[in-house]
Design a binder for this molecule. Structure first.
Ligand code: MG
Length: 189
C-alpha cells in the first residue's frame, strides 16, 4: 500500500483524506562537562548538584535536546540545530524547555500528538536515579502526557570514553507520535 506523504513544515496542511498514522523519532545529544563551567548541570529540566557543568549555548540540557529532536524527527520537521541555531543570541543560556514546547507546538500544528517518550541518560556521575521521577514529571507536564508515558533511564559510561571519564553527558530518546484520521465527510473514518 503506498504511504501517504508526511506533512512537514514546508508542505502545509495534512491531506483531509489522510488516515490515522503513527510516526517514530530518534534523538541524540552530547554535551561536554567541564569543572567551573558557568552553567549548572540540568537534565530533564532538573538541576543536579555536580562540580562540572555543561558547555553549550543554551542551558545545555542534553536530555531535553534529545527528546526535542526525537519529536521533531518523528514529525518530519527541521532538527533542533536548524530551529534554534547556536549563532542566534536569543538562544544564549536559554531554558531548554522552550525548545521542547516549540517542538511540541510545531508537531501539534501538523495534527500530531506525542504518545510516549523513552529516553536514556548516560552519565558517570552523579547518578540520576533520585531525580528520574522529577525529570519524568517535568517532561510529561511540558508535553501534556501522563507520567507513565514518559520514561527516563540512567546508565553510566562504565568508566571508559569521554562519558565514562566524566567529561561529557549523553542522552538518547525515542518518541512515538500519532495523528488522528482527519474526516472530510460526516461518516468518513
Ligand atoms: Mg544539545
Amino acid at each position: 500500500m503506498p504511504s501517504e506523504p508526511i506533512p512537514t513544515a514546508d508542505s502545509a496542511e495534512p491531506s483531509p483524506a489522510a488516515g490515522s498514522i503513527f510516526r517514530i523519532g530518534l534523538g541524540w545529544d552530547r554535551h561536554r562537562l567541564e569543572p567551573g563551567a558557568d552553567r549548572p548541570l540540568i537534565l530533564g529540566g532538573v538541576r543536579l548538584e555536580h562540580d562540572r557543568g555543561p558547555v553549550g549555548v543554551s542551558d545545555g540540557d542534553a536530555l531535553l535536546h534529545a527528546i526535542t529532536d526525537a519529536l521533531l524527527g518523528a514529525a518530519g520537521l527541521p532538527d533542533i540545530g536548524e530551529l534554534f541555531p547556536t549563532t542566534d543570541p536569543a538562544n544564549e543560556g536559554r531554558d531548554s524547555t522552550d525548545f521542547l514546547v516549540e517542538a511540541d507546538q510545531r508537531m501539534r500544528d501538523l495534527g500530531f500528538e506525542a504518545q510516549n517518550i523513552d529516553a536514556v541518560v548516560i552519565l558517570e556521575r552523579p547518578r540520576i536515579g533520585p531525580h528520574k521521577r522529577q525529570m519524568r514529571a517535568v517532561i510529561a507536564e511540558t508535553l501534556g502526557l501522563p507520567i507513565d508515558a514518559v520514561n527516563v533511564k540512567g546508565k553510566t559510561g562504565e568508566g571508559v570514553d569521554a562519558v565514562g571519564e566524566g567529561r561529557a553527558v549523553e542522552a538518547r530518546a525515542a518518541a512515538l507520535i500519532h495523528r488522528r484520521a482527519l474526516r472530510s465527510g460526516s461518516e468518513a473514518g
